[in-house]
Design a protein around this ligand. Sequence first.
Ligand code: GRF
Length: 207
Amino acid sequence: MTPATGAPLGLGVLASGRGSNLQAILDATAVPGFPARVAVVVSDRERAQALERARARGVPAVWLNPKDFGDRPAYDAALTGALEAHGVGLVCLAGFMRILGPAFVRAWAGRILNVHPALLPAFPGLAAQRQALEHGVKVAGATVHFVDEGVDTGPIVLQASVPVHPDDTEESLSARILVEEHRLYPEAIRLFAERRLTIVGRRVLVR
Ligand code: GRF
């Protein structure tokens, strides 16, 4: 059903693997009245579980094989083509393991979100949970942020913290953080879809 404010916002979720964040988004957006829906899921990996999760919900699932494209701009252009073809208004990176080129980021500026398993700006990049454990922090967490041309550097929308326990392993800490990722990401999408987010410099104002 179309909400009173108009058609739901179309989401394009980009995922390379397991897709648990995609699943949280699929579940949240399936609730009647949620102001967004998943319009398409795109993966760079043919066997990504995320693609299966999309198909199981009847959501278009697209595999874009990097080997079919000569360079990053060509790949990113195909990505934009797939997103536009499905009426996407917000791109959600959910464990997408490819770097997006500057042209893509500029074309979608202010319309790309990412989830990162750390309290940014601490521990950007790969294996954030391991970085946090190795650093010896007592508090870790999750961040949803807008994507800019850097790696995990864009304006922060929402964050949540979790404790780090003395006996934590990378797996146990990741699992605790993931619970927060699954809660934060749909909430950030809702705020965006309801036009309650404004980017002012590095800050995201939430109405
Ligand atoms: C999550 O930890 C996310 O923060 C990071 O990659 C992981 C993806 O997990 N960017 P999943 O594929 O959503 O289960």
